[in-house]
Design a protein around this ligand. Structure first.
Ligand code: ZN
Length: 116
């Protein structure tokens, strides 16, 4: 498949995902900030609330990583390197990009990285 056609198809999906991730992150950030203003008086509730906050913080970190990855993928599209593996410079399979829209690695490099 020609690159332009692939990018034309994937870019709007990435952009929509980016908007969604940024909105989600803003909600989480707002919630985490709000926590400091109104601590629950009851210690059990407070413990529960802290657990929830830990989950939210984990989501927040994950969300930020995803936002970074999406932003990088969009930049790679602009630079014309979207289909080029960041590690070995071979092309990344179209099917792989469709499944993992913001991957920067071809299947071989991704495997090698997982295995360490
Ligand atoms: Zn590679």
């Amino acid at each position: 498949m020609p690159t332009a056609e692939l990018i034309e198809r994937i870019r709007p999906r990435l952009e929509a995902l980016l908007v969604e991730m940024v909105e989600r992150k803003e909600k989480i950030d707002a919630h985490l900030q709000h926590r400091d203003e109104a601590p629950e008086p009851d210690s059990a509730e407070r413990a529960q609330s802290m657990e929830n906050d830990e989950v939210l913080e984990a989501l927040d970190v994950h969300g930020l990583e995803e936002i970074t990855a999406i932003t990088r993928a969009l930049r790679r599209m602009d630079e014309g390197t979207y289909e080029t593996c960041a590690a070995c410079s071979e092309s990344i399979a179209t099917r792989r990009l469709e499944a993992l829209m913001f991957t920067e690695l071809c299947i071989e490099c991704a495997k090698a990285r997982e295995e360490g």
